[in-house]
Design a binder for this molecule. Structure first.
Ligand code: ATP
Length: 309
């Protein structure tokens, strides 16, 4: 059987008395994109800092390519890390930043040119990084992480705050990299991104793994397809409260005002849908009805007991 590229076993991290990680275990295999999801403060960055060798575990073990990570320079040759916050020299140009890191890793300059071309930074290469947009900085960070062609790439929210076009460039990079049989550990708050990109995902909650599987398997287990009904109420006052009571089938977070219309989500496999729709017709005019598959966002709410912002 293939050896895992990342193997985490009973990992515990405490900051003083604060338990940030409470005994987590998982493996990531070569050629896999592994999504690491969870609410703010769940312990994702703490895990990433340990994976990247920047922080030591309180107990348990963390191995990348069979080696312990903390203060292990031999490993850095095989590891690329993209942090959420910018770790670039703002006053240097893009190409100077890459030259600096290339020198550390003994990377030939031809590789810098290749990456600048691939990530559409060739024209701006000589401009100081402080003049770059957020998307450009993020692409430069990816170039930097890929300079030495690492076997394992660790990314902490690489698309946060980016527009869809900039995010798509990063998604393509992840896909391309996976295609080369490499390993990607991806922390993200974007459930759609996780659903489309990740082979498996782990949900972290309060320092523990709350669920870990293929996105589709988790959606089958925790999610539920729904029928989404948009309704213009006859009488706008207190309708929402009454609808919430409808057959007891509509739970509190499934009725909401959206664009001046009431949107009601009815679980597809629960109750008599026809009767529920008839009842809704007595509240107002139904404008649209469509079905919606289970989503990873539902899984997130279910396994972490929180709502997405
Ligand atoms: P976010 O999604 O907001 O980035 P996260 O999942 O990355 O959150 P962490 O930053 O790993 O979460 O934090 C996990 C817990 O550890 C939180 O309770 C946090 O307050 C705490 N923590 C993190 N770093 C430190 C530190 N240096 N000292 C004390 N507590 C810390």
């Amino acid at each position: 059987m293939t050896e895992p590229a990342i193997a985490v076993e009973n990992l515990v991290k405490k900051y003083g008395e604060t338990p940030a990680l409470q005994g987590i275990s998982f493996q990531v295999y070569p050629g896999e994109v592994f999504g690491y999801l969870g609410p703010n403060g769940a312990g994702k960055t703490t895990t990433i800092r340990i994976l990247a060798g920047l922080s030591s575990p309180t107990s348990g073990s963390c191995r990348v390519l069979g080696q312990t990570t903390f203060k292990n320079p031999a490993l850095y040759r095989h590891l690329g890390v993209v942090f959420e916050e910018s770790h670039l020299y703002d006053r240097l140009s893009g190409i100077e930043n890459l030259r600096f890191f290339a020198a550390l890793h003994g990377v030939p300059t031809a590789r810098i040119q290749e990456l600048l071309q691939t990530y559409d930074l060739a024209k701006a290469a000589k401009r100081p990084v402080r003049t770059y947009s957020k998307g450009m900085k993020r692409r430069l960070l990816i170039c930097r992480a890929l300079l030495h062609d690492p076997e394992v790439l660790i990314m902490d929210e690489p698309t946060s705050g980016l527009d869809p076009t900039s995010a798509a460039v990063i998604h393509a990079a992840i896909d391309h990299y996976r295609g080369q049989g490499k390993t990607i550990f991806l922390s993200t708050h974007d459930m759609t991104e996780a659903e489309t990109l990740c082979d498996r995902v782990a949900f972290l909650n309060q320092g523990k793994i709350a669920a870990l599987d293929h996105p589709k398997a988790l959606m089958r287990r925790y999610g539920q397809p729904v029928v989404v009904v948009q309704l213009r109420p006859f009488n706008e006052t207190s309708e929402i409260e009454q609808i919430k009571l409808l057959n007891g089938a509509v739970s509190l977070n499934q009725v909401a005002w959206e664009d001046d219309l009431l949107t009601i989500r009815l679980p597809l496999e629960q109750g008599d849908l026809g009767a529920q729709l008839d009842e809704l017709r007595s509240f107002g005019e139904i404008l649209t009805i469509h079905t919606q598959e289970a989503t990873l966002g539902q899984v997130f709410r279910e396994v972490t007991g929180t709502k997405l912002e």
